[in-house]
Ligand binder design. Structure first.
Ligand SMILES: C[S@@+](CC[C@H](N)C(=O)[O-])C[C@H]1O[C@@H](n2cnc3c(N)ncnc32)[C@H](O)[C@@H]1O
Length: 236
């Protein structure tokens, strides 16, 4: 198709200091914070109001980067015991510093999920009430294995939220990144454009979900605004 934008995968691990700094820069963080809040609100919607699993359950955030999302979740649900993992040691170092500054207790670990790292995470089957992952999928070398492993470590009744940016058509791409990337500059702008180019479409994501063990009748592909999509599974 003429208007189809071919996917250009991004490197998996973000461990360049320029990447960590760009991501953690004040301007990018202020803008990202608003978007990240919508992620945490989405997590809340996956559970009935006041559900004890959010109040004192176990959560895992895969590809936590500098930790904004787990830190926000810890502030909202102080009894939730959260583990954040990322393949990049520099991201984990930043996450630990930011969590200490925010006075929240989160276990951050350097772990790389997938064919180039841990095919199996060091957690038992059905360990977590909630598994989240934000803005990671477009980096991942084997998305079906990624979903399979999330399905394995999540409790069967637990909630799952995997959200990412969305790849538009070739026609829409220039305007899409210009408008939705307008708050980013320099390295962060470059990273944003590359991530949109590396992202999946809703159709592609549906096909990947169908192939994976996360396809359990409760998980579904969702779209969020014009910019994001993902897989959500409400807690049962
Ligand atoms: C764009 S950042 C997103 C960070 C964070 N989740 C957020 O919302 O700000 C993507 C992160 O995923 C990590 N990552 C990519 N592939 C990974 C994998 N296979 N296992 C663990 N972390 C991974 C990268 O190192 C990077 O920190």
């Amino acid at each position: 198709m003429l208007w189809k934008l071919e996917r250009v995968p991004e490197p998996e691990v973000m461990d360049e200091s320029s990447e960590v700094e760009a991501y953690a820069s004040a301007a990018a963080q202020a803008y990202l914070e608003r978007i990240d809040r919508t992620f945490v609100t989405h997590v809340a919607r996956l559970f009935p109001a006041g559900d004890p699993r959010l109040v004192r359950g176990l959560a895992l955030d895969v590809g936590c980067g500098p930790g904004q999302i787990p830190i926000m979740m810890a502030a909202r649900w102080p009894g939730l015991r959260i583990t954040g993992l990322d393949a990049a040691p520099a991201m984990i170092e930043q996450a630990r510093k930011d969590a200490a500054r925010a006075r929240v207790a989160i276990s951050f670990q350097v772990l790389r999920l997938g064919p180039h790292g841990e095919a199996r995470l060091p957690f038992d089957d059905a360990s977590f009430d909630l598994v989240t992952s934000n803005s990671v999928l477009h980096h991942v070398a084997d998305p079906v294995a990624f979903f399979d492993e999330i399905a394995r470590v999540a409790k069967r009744e637990g909630g799952v939220l995997i959200r990412d940016v969305r790849r538009p058509s070739a026609l829409a791409y220039p305007l899409h990144v210009r408008w939705f990337g307008r708050k980013y500059s320099g390295e962060m702008r470059r990273l944003y454009e590359a991530s949109v180019h590396a992202a999946y479409t809703a159709g592609e994501l549906r096909d990947l979900l169908t192939e994976s063990r996360l396809n359990d009748g409760r998980s579904r592909v969702f779209r969020f605004r014009l910019t994001h999509l993902g897989i959500e599974r409400a807690a049962a």
